[in-house]
Design a protein around this ligand. Structure first.
Ligand code: FDA
Length: 393
């Protein structure tokens, strides 16, 4: 079968790109090994898809070249995607920190993309696993488990390595390497952190407990959201965010009382209620079991407030605002939301997403070395890169 454009991957980036190229009059085919299109969209945001973020800007992305995303994010913005979903009558709501979610189901987003693809005359080939690609004089030949497709332009939108159960494969990285493009090492990101056995034992009674915290990585990056104790370690939005900045062997620092001046608070309490024990008053601010654990371990003194001197109060404040924990790893691709690393963006045009060395070959979405924060930013990059590429491929 001959097409002008073949897109590998019927995910967020691939479907957006396909519709745009189709509207330009290109004969477009999208191939995906899954039996449904947009499988990651369907499971995203707890089934409600956090499809964009009202505040998306280049500072919300990790990329070895931080300027790369500026162009696509400004040419197809979150407001453009919101305009698209409004036009299709999507019911959605604002949750927190600019995050937009479907009211009903993530299926609504997939339906919008599939409708756009249908209007643009895009052919969708599901259950086609891409095995390899070759370049020839006419363009590219894509070999799948169901036969071959030929095209002038080949767009790689095959995503990252997260959720292997949903059909994540390294095909995009392999194609990049095949054509001599640099691929940066990949790791799981937006992922829960795991703890050493001794820490797991310390906090096992806290599984399910969450605390509004300010979490910092050793490079000084900070996120203010909840942390969540799990039976494997730490999760929750603040931990997922910091996981993209955390490196093996490093500690994370957690301010468990980010809105309080703890020294001032304890000094005031000591005057007002001198007989009360430290653990009783702290249990009004933080989960009781957590305070008990720190007290049993001696990290907090087991004393009434009137027995605390100023330097002890300062030490308590430090324990609670600079609580450090050293994870032993992450839960990996099995539970991660995204893949850090990927195709070096300096190999690509930031305008067209075409590989500079290989005319007719394009890379968009998560397969590239662009990783968004948690909060709808990853889909926004998929829409923006897909839309921009769709104007040129
Ligand atoms: P995506 O992974 O969506 O698509 C790639 C496609 O390529 C897949 O359909 C795959 O089957 C196909 N493919 C791969 N190899 C192939 C081969 N060899 N042959 C044929 N097809 C092949 N982001 C966000 O902004 N808001 C959110 O709410 C969430 N929530 C979320 C939850 C969970 C559980 C996960 C795992 C991820 C998220 N994300 C998210 C991240 C978001 O899902 C992700 O960034 C985008 O789906 C990336 O879109 P792409 O189109 O680049 O790849």
């Amino acid at each position: 079968m001959n097409y002008d454009v073949v897109i590998i991957g019927a995910g967020a980036a691939g479907l957006m790109c396909a519709a745009q190229a189709g509207y330009r009059g290109r004969q477009v085919a999208v191939i995906d090994m899954g039996k449904k299109a947009g499988r990651k969209i369907l499971i995203s945001g707890g089934g409600r898809c956090n499809f964009t973020n009202e505040n998306a800007s280049p500072k919300n992305y990790l990329c070895r070249n931080p300027h790369f995303v500026k162009s696509c994010l400004s040419r197809y913005t979150q407001h453009d995607f919101i305009e698209l979903v409004d036009r299709h009558g999507l019911a959605y709501h604002h949750k927190t920190l600019g995050q937009l979610f479907c009211d009903n189901s993530a299926q609504d987003i997939v339906d919008i993309l599939l409708t756009e693809c249908e209007w643009a005359g895009v052919a969708l080939h599901l259950r086609h696993e891409v095995l390899n690609v070759e370049r020839n004089e006419q363009g590219y030949t894509v070999t799948t488990n169901q036969g071959q497709l030929h095209c002038q332009s080949l767009v790689i939108a095959s995503g990252g390595l997260t959720m292997p159960k949903l059909g994540a494969t390294p095909i995009g990285y392999k194609i990049a390497e095949q054509f001599g493009l640099q691929v940066h090492p990949t790791t799981a990101a937006l992922v829960p952190l795991t703890l050493h056995d001794h820490d797991k034992q310390r906090f096992e009674g806290l599984s399910g407990v969450s605390i509004d915290s300010l979490v910092s990585s050793e490079d000084g990056t900070q996120f203010r959201e909840n942390i969540l104790f799990t039976h494997r370690g730490l999760s929750g939005p603040a931990i997922l965010q910091i996981s993209s900045f955390w490196q093996a062997g490093q500690a994370v620092t957690i301010n468990l009382l980010p809105d309080q001046d703890v020294t001032e608070l304890l000094t005031g309490w000591r005057e007002q209620s001198p007989q009360k024990s430290l653990k009783t008053v702290l249990a009004t601010l933080l989960p009781k079991r957590f305070i008990e654990i720190l007290t049993e371990e001696g990290a907090l003194p087991d004393k009434p407030l009137n027995q605390l001197n100023h330097s002890e109060i300062k030490a308590i404040a430090q324990t609670l605002t600079q609580w450090q924990i050293k994870p032993n790893g992450t839960e990996g691709y099995r539970t991660a939301e995204v893949t850090l690393g990927g195709v070096d963006v300096d190999e690509l045009s930031s305008k067209t997403f075409e590989a500079k060395k290989t005319p007719g070959l394009y890379f968009i979405g998560e397969v590239t070395d662009v990783t968004g924060w948690l909060g709808g930013y990853n889909f926004q990059y998929a829409w923006s890169s897909g839309w921009c590429c769709g104007q040129y491929c």
